[in-house]
Design a protein around this ligand. Structure first.
Ligand SMILES: C[S@@+](CC[C@H](N)C(=O)[O-])C[C@H]1O[C@@H](n2cnc3c(N)ncnc32)[C@H](O)[C@@H]1O
Length: 437
């Protein structure tokens, strides 16, 4: 399938479909409307440039296990230049991972073939379809690689406020297993966020959050466009997009470039429902009931991401949630889904949420406590029980308005697999009292 041809909207059509946006420059603090705090907003972009906004405030990069610790940046311009260099290096590393996927996966399939061929011939003859199946996987790898290539072709200019420039060298080098795993997880995130297959997962994870937003900010009593909702750790953006679909002003925030490149592709380049497909399960060689299960395609997007209503206010910011949201008393609602366990120290997340919520604002959380840094050497990781987290939340002064300790969900589950993980998630809605300053 020609990836470019699948999104053949005319510029005029794109104009009608895109929500109005405001640009934001690097270095400014974001407001929920995507505007700037201290500087005059730049002029509106020409109509045909209007897209769902991606702005970057990235400073801190995702850690790499076994990676050399980067020296603390020196103060002043030299420090900033060094930061800039490291950021560009990181950007290229992630692009390289996208490009290396095919090589990495073909190596795996070649190894599987070698192992099969090492079996006695009489055993090989028992499985006449084995090599045929590997050939099919190879085709699926090439297809996935085509999509990944298209995603990164577009990403050097994706941020409104920063240009990364094209990589003239273009040489592909081996990527780390850590990055390859992240890329494979990102492919599965397409299923969760933007496919029909992911609907039941979204119904169990996103819908309870959306229901609470609607209950707390009913359209009969509020001008929804004036209710500012922030979704930190937005993944591929579906939850934030659904909230904006309802008329709320919503900003997704994400720091992983794997996710950001991919959400830029879905949100700004995919317009026809189910016009793309991926093979997200080909990396799984174990726990397949049938060989065909491994090469099941998943189609996306299940909805047209451009179908936001006119006047909808939706944007994405790139960067570490704790670093870029510093302004106090801004958000009416913060919605975290499978997010708080990404913290080195979850108390820092609670602290930021407390600070940036308006008095009277609410924090809705749903997710497990699978601490992301637990097993990473050289990374601080404070693993609190829910009981401890709840005590901290109460000591900050939040009022608990809703709590359910037993919401059964999955995360990027492969329904066909013989092995599935279930989470018994905690969900809560807590309010920062009106009286708090
Ligand atoms: C487990 S995923 C959940 C994604 C999405 N909320 C969902 O439910 O599908 C956690 C996400 O948070 C992002 N993340 C982790 N730490 C972050 C931080 N400090 N700031 C912003 N995003 C972060 C990760 O990159 C990842 O995409």
């Amino acid at each position: 399938m020609s990836v470019a041809a699948a999104c053949a909207l005319s510029q005029q059509e794109q104009l009608q479909l895109q929500p109005p946006v405001k640009a934001m420059r690097r270095g400014s603090r974001q407001s929920p409307e995507g505007g700037e705090e201290e500087e005059e907003p730049p002029p509106e972009p020409p109509a045909w440039d209007r897209e769902m906004t991606f702005c970057t405030e990235r400073r801190r990069r995702e850690p790499q296990p076994q990676a050399r610790r980067e020296p603390a940046a020196a103060a002043g311009t030299a420090g900033e230049e060094e930061e800039e260099r490291l950021e560009r290096e990181h950007f290229r590393r992630i692009i390289n991972a996208f490009r290396y996927y095919g090589t990495n996966m073909h190596e795996k399939v070649n190894r599987t073939e070698r192992h099969f061929r090492s079996l006695p011939v009489n055993q090989q003859k028992l499985l006449p379809q084995f090599l045929v199946h590997l050939e099919k996987i190879r085709k699926c790898i090439d297809h996935n690689q085509g999509i990944l290539q298209t995603i990164v072709n577009d990403c050097t200019h994706m941020f409104e406020n920063k240009e990364y420039g094209d990589d003239e060298n273009g040489k592909i080098s081996p990527a780390s297993t850590f990055d390859m795993d992240k890329l494979k997880s990102t492919l599965k995130q397409f299923v969760r966020d933007w496919s029909e297959t992911g609907k039941s997962e979204r119904d169990s994870c996103y819908q309870p959050i959306i229901n609470e937003i609607v209950k707390n900010f009913p359209k009969e009593r509020r001008d929804l466009s004036k209710v500012n909702v922030l979704v930190p750790g937005a993944g591929l953006g579906r939850l934030a997009w659904e909230i904006a679909m309802l008329g709320y002003t919503c900003q997704g925030n994400e720091w992983s470039l794997f996710m950001l490149f991919s959400s830029n592709f879905v949100l700004n380049r995919c317009c026809e429902t189910n016009s793309y497909k991926l093979y997200p399960w080909i990396h799984q060689f174990s726990n397949n009931k049938r060989s065909a299960d491994q090469i099941q395609p998943v189609y996306f997007p299940d909805v047209d991401p451009h179908s936001l209503p006119p006047g909808a206010n939706f944007s994405m910011t790139a960067g570490d949630f704790q670093e870029i949201y510093c302004e106090s008393n801004i958000w009416d609602c913060i919605a975290t889904c499978f997010f708080i366990d990404t913290a080195h120290n979850v108390i820092d997340y609670i602290d930021t949420i407390w600070k940036i919520l308006k008095p009277g604002g609410i924090w809705i959380n749903l997710g497990p406590l699978l601490y992301h840094f637990e097993n990473l050497a050289n990374e601080l990781s404070i693993e609190l029980s829910y009981e401890d987290i709840k005590n901290v939340i109460l000591q900050y002064g939040f009022h608990i308005e809703m709590e359910n300790e037993s919401i059964l969900t999955t995360y990027t589950v492969n329904e066909l697999s013989m092995m599935k993980y279930y989470y018994e998630c905690v969900m809560f809605v807590v309010r920062k009292p009106e009286s708090s300053i």
